[in-house]
Write a protein of this length. Structure first.
Lengths: 433, 435
């Protein structure tokens, strides 16, 4: 992998992979929902939508098919630390992909009619998410766990902000953050590095840098006691979610926490883009045996996502039909207390490392996945963390895991959320926090 | 030759020359099990995909969901290994075993490191051939299945789709049944019934074992042959599918779910079988209509121009029996009527006018050009080979596919639309906060 920084501040990562006649191009921006102030929640994500609507040199009616004609796919996503766009297509589409991303960086239009049309699309996306009780609980739990940090509000935004945000808000935000000195361009695939760099320079070299975007700097104060919320709403299934403030990706506790999560719920690997598609190996994990094998839950999952600043480690449980949430929570907390008290075993450490090694291989099976990983880590911290991941995982000790378990799983650091369903047809009530 | 033919010829040649074809090795064992192997060296990993022709159509009469419950329990113990032992074997290697049930196939799929290939294939073979199905495991899995059914009952998307399928395939047709079954049936199922289902339907003649990855073809075939060669069972009796009923009127069903924020629309028709010569015309038609870019024509109208939905698309699932074409959209309750009217309008326009040459050319280029991307990973190749084997498409199907798509004409697409689509014969289901 070669790393180059252009004069305008654009960082470029290129990795040649000649296993298929394909190339994947990702353009990453260091802007996500953590950069949003009150009143503008959801603006990062809305801008992402607007950046598919035509540019100065890609007329609106020519957006459709611009990459599909090469058999390619394109997409984008926004989360708390980052916004990113990708194209994966046959290698002969490299120029087209770079052209699209350079236009997206410098020349999007934000036509007022498009902004209005997209408002209702995004509200539809938000409502679709609310149809899922587990997603609703996740949103409310995160908001309860964070009092100060902007990680607390949902990436899609709060509905009142989505109803009132203006075109000028959107365009101003776009111009502030979509500058080469706030971006990383990643190319992986059947390309030749020097030639690819020349093409990048052709398309991006003339884009002027912007003022380094200002950042909201708010540290989340230490949590001083357990927080709880209960959503009582019509539904059929009870859900439990427990969140703990967790180490950021640059914290020495991150990789021990990754091992601990593997022991509790199975190794997910480090790929936010692909790991949700294949569930982790988890039949022999502690929480699966404590909750699913005993019939208390139909599923349990853990989530530790690499983030720039301390986010949450969360455990999500679907209660088996007819099982009270209180008994599920008691067993879950007891299992976490045990790992705080006793740590993990040598055999568990060995197995977790083997699982993570395998997941790193499985998650690198396509040019798209490889490119995602390089850009993701460079955007939230440094690509070096990703390339060093195998050795960092191998170096984790039993003591490291025990220490991070004690640090993270204290009762004063947790937020407990219940989705306690009311019978269908009974009418819904608001959350209790 | 029309302009769209010339354009696709260029893509066709480029695509075929670049790929060189999968060229999998195919072996048929004495017991009629089929082995398909393909070596790749992208990563030091191997995907194993074992499919038995015993999907949900194999559910005994009156017992929908039995195959699904079997899929949840089959890997929880064999004649020589306890559930905990299997869990350790898989977890210790970082492997997730995914077991799925479609209408026709019961599949065990996993990806493992190349070093683990032999013991993993042996384990999967034992799970497939000799499950023990302990009572206590069945009881736990029943709880999971019942919870999943309850979750489905609270999902507008699932409710709309299931209701649509029941209407398109009525009177007990297996395509109209919920794959998970119903709670009352699941509660009553016994170990003896599951063992009987396995004894009746799982046989080597029904197995296709696909191995793709960092293992040489001859060795993969040898290992697979050792695992499955000794499996001896009679060929199961074929399962007859009833004819698919013709729909001669428009039907509209509303499932009020007032606790939800958004409504889901499922709007559909029955179409053709996968082996129908018109399949490729249907495929191209569906791509242009509800897939291309962000949802094809439907996406242009309902999402891009009218801003009514985050998602709207159509899917075509041609199968052994004529499968459905389903249009789905998530819509604010205030816009449901407008959205249905827009779908009606687009369906009507497609039937009246067909596609434009540009649309057909774009979809053809996209589908042909996306073949290398669709066959990039071991798991994707294995799935492609399973599909080709199941429908008898041939070992060179990946190489012939561009030609098959390239030969479709505008008239054939229009004929496909007229054959299956008609707003006056549409079945429409709306589930959500709408009355």
């Amino acid at each position: 992998m070669r790393s180059t920084t252009f004069d305008n501040g654009l960082k470029v990562l290129i990795q040649e992979e000649h296993t298929a006649p394909l190339a994947s191009v990702w353009c990453w921006y260091k802007v996500g929902s953590k950069d949003e102030r009150p009143g503008l929640t959801g603006i990062s994500h809305w801008c992402e939508h607007m950046n598919f609507k035509g540019t100065a040199n890609i007329p609106r009616d020519q957006v459709k098919g611009i990459i599909e004609q090469y058999g390619g796919t394109w997409n984008g996503y926004t989360w708390i630390d980052q916004t990113t766009y990708l194209e994966t297509a046959t290698r002969d589409a490299l120029d087209r992909m770079l052209f699209i991303e350079s236009e997206r960086m410098a020349s999007c239009l934000y036509h007022p009619d498009d902004c209005e049309s997209e408002r209702t699309v995004i509200i539809s996306e938000l409502q679709g998410g609310e149809n899922d009780p587990d997603q609703l609980l996740d949103q409310e739990l995160t908001a309860t766990a964070f009092k100060a940090h902007t990680y607390g509000h949902p990436t899609i935004g709060w509905l009142p902000d989505l109803q009132t945000m203006t075109r000028d808000d959107l365009y101003g935000y776009y111009r502030r953050y979509y500058v080469p000195n706030n971006a990383t361009l990643v190319i992986v695939g059947d390309v030749e590095t020097d030639e690819a760099l020349r093409r990048v320079n052709h398309y991006f070299g003339g884009i002027q840098p912007g003022t380094t975007p200002s950042r909201i700097v708010t540290l989340e104060p230490e949590q001083t006691g357990e927080r709880r919320l209960t959503i009582r709403k019509e539904g059929t299934t009870a859900y439990l979610k427990v969140g703990f403030h967790a180490p950021s990706v640059t914290d020495p506790g991150f990789f021990p926490m990754l091992i601990l999560d593997a022991v509790l719920t199975g190794a997910k690997g480090l790929n936010l883009w692909s790991s949700f598609r294949v569930p982790p190996p988890q039949r022999s994990t502690r929480l699966y045996r404590a909750l699913v094998e005993r019939g208390l839950a139909s599923s349990v999952t853990g989530a530790l996502v690499p983030t720039a600043q301390p986010f949450l480690y969360s455990v999500s449980v679907t209660a088996t039909d007819g099982v009270a949430l209180g008994s599920v929570e008691s067993e879950l907390i007891a299992a976490l207390d045990r790992v705080c008290r006793d740590g993990i075993t040598d055999a568990e450490l060995t197995k977790a490392k083997a699982q993570l090694r395998a997941r790193l291989v499985f998650d690198s099976d396509s040019v798209t996945n490889i490119a995602h990983q390089l850009g993701y880590f460079e955007t939230i911290a440094s690509v070096d963390i990703f390339t060093a991941a195998p050795s960092r995982i191998a170096a984790v000790t039993l003591e490291d895991v025990a220490a991070v378990a004690r640090r993270v799983f204290s009762s004063s650091n947790r937020t407990v959320g219940w989705f306690d369903p009311l019978p269908l047809g009974s009418g819904s009530t608001k959350s209790d926090v | 030759m029309s302009p769209d033919h010339r354009a696709s010829d260029v893509v066709l040649r480029t695509s075929a020359a670049a790929r060189g074809g999968l060229n999998p090795a195919r072996t048929v064992l004495d017991n009629r099990a089929v082995l398909l192997t393909k070596a790749t060296h992208t990563t030091p990993a191997v995907t194993v995909n074992l499919a038995i022709r015993a999907g949900s159509i194999a559910d005994p009469t009156g017992l929908p969901g039995m195959t699904w419950l079997l899929s949840r329990a089959i890997d929880r113990g064999t004649v020589t290994r306890a559930a905990a032992h299997i869990a350790e074997e898989l977890d210790g290697r970082g492997i997730t075993l995914t077991i799925t049930v479609t209408r026709h196939l019961f599949s065990l799929v996993c990806t493992c490191l190349a070093d683990d290939f032999e013991p993993v294939l042996a384990l999967l073979g034992e799970i497939l051939m000799s499950p023990s199905l302990p009572d206590e495991e069945i009881a736990t899995r029943k709880g999971e299945v019942i919870t999943a059914i309850r979750q489905d009952e609270d999902s507008p998307a699932v409710r709309a789709t299931e209701a649509l399928m029941a209407l398109l395939y009525p009177a007990g047709h297996p395509y109209g049944r919920r794959t998970k079954g119903s709670i009352d049936v699941v509660e009553r199922l016994t170990r003896a019934q599951l063992l009987q289902l396995h004894a009746d339907r799982f046989a080597p003649s029904e197995l296709t074992a696909v191995v793709v990855g960092d293992v040489e073809t001859a060795r993969a075939a040898d290992v697979a042959a050792r695992v499955f060669d000794g499996w001896r069972k009679p060929v199961p009796a074929p399962i007859a599918l009833p004819p698919v009923a013709l729909v001669n009127e428009r039907r509209r069903v509303v499932i009020p779910m007032m606790n939800k924020a958004q409504a889901d629309i499922a709007y559909g028709f029955t179409t053709v079988t996968r082996r129908d010569p018109a399949y490729y015309a249907f495929w191209l038609m569906n791509n242009a209509f509800g897939q291309y870019a962000i949802g094809g024509r439907l996406g242009d109208s309902i999402r891009e121009r009218q801003g009514m939905a985050y998602y709207v698309s159509s899917s075509l699932d041609a199968n052994v029996a004529p499968g459905p074409l389903v249009i789905r959209a998530g819509i604010s309750p205030a816009n449901v009527d407008r959205a249905v009217a827009s779908i009606d309008e687009e369906v009507g326009r497609l039937v009246r006018e067909g596609l434009t040459p540009k649309e057909l050319d774009e979809s053809r280029r996209y589908l042909i050009g996306s073949i290398p991307r669709a066959l990039e990973t071991n798991a994707a190749i294995a799935n492609f080979l399973q599909t080709a084997e199941f429908f008898g498409l041939g070992l060179d199907y990946d190489m012939r596919l561009p030609e098959l798509l390239g030969a479709v004409t505008l008239d054939e697409v229009t004929e496909a639309a007229r054959r299956a689509l008609d707003p006056d014969r549409a079945t429409v289901v709306i589930a959500g906060p709408y009355e």
